[in-house]
Design a protein. Sequence first.
Length: 255
Amino acid sequence: MDLQFLYSLIVGIFIGGVAGYLGSLMITKRMALVGDALGHAALPGIAIALIYGFNPSWGAIPALFLGILVIWFFEIYTKLPMEALTGIVFTASVAIAFLFLPEDQVSNALIGDISKISLSDTIFSVILSIIVFLILKKIFSKMILTSISEDVARVEHIDTKKYNFIYLVCIAIVVALGIKITGSLLMGALVITPAAAARNMASNLFQYSFGALIIGIVSSVLGILLFKAFSFPAGPCVILSATAIFLISLIFRKK
């Protein structure tokens, strides 16, 4: 098997899985569009990475961390909804990125380029995906409780500010990793669509969260196989695979 293709599959499996798992929490917290917005917030870092010829994920990570720090800070001190603050940050980021993003690199920035994944990229993605999954698994129940009632969470001695920050960091890492597969334009769909499909078919929270993980993996693998077979861009193929699974899930939707 072509090593490059093998690396792509491994990266797709791990990132697709953790993205789906994260999406199940984001939909529950009614933050479905935050992943999409943060994908756009990564654009200035991606632009710098493409200009200087290094891994876009390495450029996306500091841009995203700066973005979430700004969102977290203003959420605490303004009491504005996180969705509103995220929208402000991501639109400003897009404007900044397009001031200096080279025209011939726009496609790579927006829809990704999985054909250039190296062994080091693969190892890095796998390790970070596992770490983020374990963190999300540990904080999942606490985040669900805070989404139901922050007052009840405080009674249970849950530091909502701390856990919201950890949660935002996890989103940022997943988005940064996924940039290589789907680009900044489509990353939100990789997080949300598998989770939406799983929600249609799940009877309980466990089926929902781990169903989203499995659908994220299947969507990524199918998209990468289509990329290999027909030379279509991998990012759109992954998202269209997830969308097809979502449409199929409507047939089996739990009443």
